[in-house]
Design a binder for this molecule. Sequence first.
Ligand code: FAD
Length: 659
Amino acid sequence: MEKETCTFSYCEKPPVVEIETDLLIIGGGMSACGAAFEAVRWANPKGLKVTMVDKAATDRSGAVAMGLSAINTYIGENKVEDYVRYVRGDLMGIIREDLVYDLGRHVDNSVHLFEEWGLPIWKKGDDGFSLDGFQARDAGKAMLKDGGVPVRSGKWQIMINGESYKVIVAEAAKKALEINRQATGVAQNHFERVFIVKLYHDANDPKRVAAAAGFSVRENKIYIFKAKAILLGAGGAVNVFRPRSTREGQGRAWYPVWNAGSGYALGMQAGAELTMMENRFVPARFKDGYGPVGAWFLFFKAKATNALGEDYCATRLEETKKLYSPYAEKLGTAIRNHMMMLDMKEGKGPILMNTHTAMQELAKTMDAKRIKHLEAEAWEDFLDMCIGQAGLWACKNVEPDKEPSEIMPTEPYLLGSHAGCAGFWCSGPGDIPGTPEHYSWGYNRMSTVPGLFMMGDIVGASGHKFSSGSHAEGRIAAKAAIAFILDHADYKPTIKETPEAIAAELYAPYEIYEKYKTFSTDPYTNPHYIRPHMLQARLQKIADEYFGGISTWYMTSKTMLEEGLKQLELLKEDAARSAAANLHELMRAWENFHRILSVEAHARHILFREESRYPGYYYRGDFLAIDDKNWKCFVNSRYDAEKNTWELKKVPYVQIIPD
Ligand code: FAD
């Protein structure tokens, strides 16, 4: 089908608002809030403008929207070197150790700020309570930075009362932005419910990024932001694979449904180099509600077994070592999934989280009041961060102290700040001894595109940052971006695209719908267009069946990937005929396009890497083992959006921190 040009003959022409700023922050999640807070500190004395644009309302946007019950990265009494070793072990041996080390040495400061801003962090008390004194948080203990000792659920995790975590972090970011707005005299520097569709290169320097454009998801308006540097923190990609949830439950996924791959797609279209996009995350979570398991495993010391009561991490270890040693022994997240799946495939499921035995064990040392409190904490773990799971337990009459609950590996997600590492190849800090030249070529966290910085879920090869680490990384990147702006003080961003052309491109799905909607009796079925709902179903089917989703037990191969990529190319063509009946669908149409690009990168990387680096996340049936001899390296790629071509290459991995 031919590409449709929008002439606004059928749909209403939107007004175009042009904003000029120094630093543009895209996203409003943990990393973006950290970036706003830090950027203003350095921008204000120099009179620089900082602007933030989020597709949602920043108070509750991103992965932390519902809140959390633990901060997963707090170094505290541990060594930063050990943090690097732990991340390297969990991510199967290939990480950017300079980025991870850099994160580790800064992350605690963000946690201290959270506490200062009002986040309740559990402290150790001396009341003799057997769960490390977890009641003592009410007792007004010293703040962490003053020597207060957090209650740890694991070596790196600390417990919080985090229902309002995101609101607290957003408040500090919004306050900083307001201070900057007043200092620079601009009318507005925080834009919510504006969906960014595309980045644009500078008219005079085609390598450099100069602008971003998007549309309001609430009113008929297009925005063009011109900036001297852009800081991208739009999160990873959900709903690219067919989810386990079906029909009316399909909105439910583990990863937040509003992170639709924009983080990847925006950077990719600007030509930024990707790394480790073959990686994905498949969390094992409470079945159907996707409720968190961390507190159950780490804090309540619950054990997961198969239905026969066997510990699959023990019974399956020897056979797992045969293909995946020396990583199997580390029992990382992917490996634990792998062993669980071996049992499931043999019909030994359901896999059970034995909440009841864990609680009965803890109850042995407690009186009735404390047992009640313990039970409340178990429910609160869900109510803090995954309310739907509490609802599901309630409607299924689950009493966690009396019976176990089922856990299950989910559909795959693409992300780089949790137990995954798919993202962009970024310059590191450069000052860590042993850093090779190819790790550090410019400003910290700058991508291979000058002026385009990355943070959070989309920085590659440096997972396990989590909420605190993403905030800290936003701060690191923001400081570097301000330095970049100051070092290029004479630069004025200009783009060759006219506002009319940008508006026409962004609103094309609208025009297509309005032009053709009467060509059929049912506006959903039409020879001239495809609605976002249908396109998404096709995308998920292709990804699921060819790229190793749930329906093939995460299995794929060269031949399957090649066939899937062929079908994806056709889908990409059809995506140019997406039709949107309203602003919501316009967003859905562009989200789909971002998802397609993200999953294409994923599939191409899996195809290039001829081994199964992440068993339990995905398998190459034609290369089932890990092959350190040939593949202990990064896989990097670059997408040329104009030519629709890809370049992939191996990049040497350098170990900085000894074993
Ligand atoms: P996010 O915080 O997700 O923010 C992404 C932002 O981008 C959002 O504001 C979104 O609205 C915006 N955006 C997306 N697309 C666009 C667009 N096109 N235009 C404009 N804006 C856009 N960490 C912990 O420490 N402890 C935990 O217990 C924990 N549990 C987690 C549970 C789940 C289910 C998930 C998904 C994550 C969890 N994490 C946890 C990790 C933590 O939430 C993430 O590491 C962190 O939020 C990543 O920060 P980010 O800024 O990259 O992305």
